[in-house]
Design a protein around this ligand. Structure first.
Ligand code: NDP
Length: 478
């Protein structure tokens, strides 16, 4: 089985090479998809991340637990011989069965909501797009169907959270904070289990063999994934489930748990904690409100499902995207009105740019250019590309609205919002600023990755587009 898959991969690689050549020579549209070959630079990045990412998460969470969120103190103590790695490790809370029970109930509940409660919200809320939706065309030419019910899952989960906090009192609203490190071990177990399962499944029983990519390097395959859209049965889609829930549904609950902890410890909630909760809730709600749009983003359209998405969604996202709230439990910063207002403005303007840019592209693509952008008909570049099955397809790249100012203003808006979350924590420590550093690396890298992919997909048409819109993130600058 493994051999036949490898042969198939070789055959497709040969086809890919042939296609690439003829498109160059004959002026035909290029093929696209993730790289088949892995260079040494990418490989060392992959191995570095596989080795260090779990430690980065542990380090930040441990720094809050043992060193009041100081990132430098553990290093200084280690350097001066005042502590050892072993004593840091032994002071960290270990795995507990009660955390495992909480985590198992949480994930099972999200699976239940995802699989067993078909979307009703699109029938009740005007303007919301939910229920069964089409994804984008995969490199093999497949269009998958998705049950979009994330907003409903988020609403039900949060309604139950508030009902518990105010009426039922089954558990304390600080439950997440109180079990934070034991829960991290459980999240790691799930993250590794799901990535390993997806990796093995790709060899033994892939959902769509034509959309699998084998690079020949086991580390790269494990990290970046082999299968494009692995599924169990017809509807359990790994990418949609693991990215949205439990990761993003949990994000707002984690913040609420931090807020409850602040209240419990200090008898009040600071304006910084409220700002972080409100701005991040806006981002999360936006994600679920636009979940159908999310089906057309890079995560679903172009990334294969491996450790990067599987472990990242289970561990990296819930633990590192929520560092601001965690920090504010240890340092209850009360901002001046001017500072709070500036943070709020930065967050809202960033959100506006992020959302409007994404909305413009979505509207443009849905209507195939028959829409109004900033009061006039959008301008665009006609382009074409081949899918893996040899089919020729046409597409358009918009050159007006936010997309005419720079090629990725949605990333710029996202970065402004990210900076606002960090600035809400004041300037006492660098730990809450990890997020903006990480998001900058993530989105700049994504920008480069996406442009590389678009360039191989659209060939000369992409060059025409970049001539018209020369800047990536900041109009006139970069
Ligand atoms: P985009 O939504 O920018 O999608 C890029 C794709 O859009 C390209 O591959 C191309 O796809 C198409 N495209 C590019 N230029 C044009 C154009 N001028 N006109 C029409 N279509 C165009 O990127 P992402 O999917 O990465 O990001 C979506 C959002 O999610 C962003 O706002 C980002 O900030 C956010 N995000 C947040 C993350 C987080 O962790 N918080 C992580 C990742 C993303 P095609 O092949 O269809 O032409």
């Amino acid at each position: 089985m493994k051999g036949s898959v490898a042969m198939e991969a070789t055959r497709r690689r040969a086809q890919h090479g042939a296609n690439g050549k003829s498109s160059e020579e004959g002026g035909q549209p290029a093929q696209w998809g993730r790289a088949w070959e892995v260079d040494w630079f990418s490989l060392s990045g992959v191995i570095g991340l596989l080795c260090f990412a779990p430690f980065i998460v542990f380090y930040f969470v441990m720094a809050c637990d043992q060193y009041q969120c100081s990132v430098s103190q553990p290093l200084i103590e280690l350097y001066q011989g005042e502590t050892t790695l072993l004593s840091i490790w032994s002071r960290a809370p270990s795995f507990t069965w009660s955390a495992a029970k909480i985590y198992a109930i949480w994930v099972s509940f999200q699976v239940f909501l995802y699989m067993c409660v078909p979307d009703m919200t699109h029938k009740l809320i005007p303007g919301y797009v939910g229920g069964v939706q089409d994804g984008a065309r995969t490199p093999a030419g497949v269009i998958n169907k998705y049950e979009v019910n994330g907003l409903q899952c988020w609403l039900i989960t949060h309604a139950l959270w508030f009902a518990n906090a105010h009426y039922f009192h089954w558990f304390s609203p600080t439950i997440i904070f109180d079990n934070w490190i034991p829960l991290m071990w459980c999240a790691n177990i799930l993250g590794y289990a799901v990535s390993t399962y997806a990796f093995t499944k790709a060899y033994l029983f892939p959902t769509c063999a034509e959309d699998c990519k084998f690079t020949g390097n086991v580390f790269y395959n494990y990290m970046m994934g082999i299968e494009f859209n692995p599924r169990v049965g017809k509807w359990f889609d790994f990418k949609l489930f693991f990215n949205g829930r439990p990761g993003i549904v949990a994000w707002t609950l984690i913040n609420l748990s931090y807020m409850a902890k602040q209240q419990e410890l200090y008898g009040h909630v600071t304006n910084s904690m409220i700002l972080v909760n409100v701005l991040q809730a806006l981002y999360v709600l936006d994600f679920f409100w636009n979940e159908a749009w999310y089906l057309k983003t890079i995560d679903i359209c172009h990334d294969h499902f491996g450790w990067y998405l599987g472990w990242g969604d289970c561990v990296w996202l819930p633990y590192l995207y929520t560092l601001q709230g965690l920090y504010l439990v240890y340092h209850p910063v009360q901002l001046s009105s001017a500072h709070a207002l500036a943070v709020l403005l930065l967050g809202l303007v960033g959100y506006y740019i992020f959302r409007s840019t994404n909305h413009q592209k979505d509207l443009f693509r849905r209507t195939e250019g028959s829409c109004s952008i900033w009061g006039s008909k959008p301008t665009y570049i006609e382009c074409s590309y081949n899918s893996g099955d040899g089919g020729l397809h046409r597409s358009k790249l918009m050159t007006s609205g936010f997309w005419g100012l720079a090629r990725h203003l949605n990333y710029t808006g996202d970065l402004m919002g990210s900076l606002a979350y960090c600035a809400a924590c004041g300037f006492g420590h660098i730990l809450p600023y990890f997020y903006i550093v990480y998001m900058t690396i993530l989105l700049v890298h994504r920008c480069v990755r996406d442009e590389h992919r678009c360039s191989s997909k659209y060939g000369k048409d992409w060059k025409r587009y970049t001539d018209v819109v020369p800047r990536r993130l900041i109009p006139g600058v970069f």
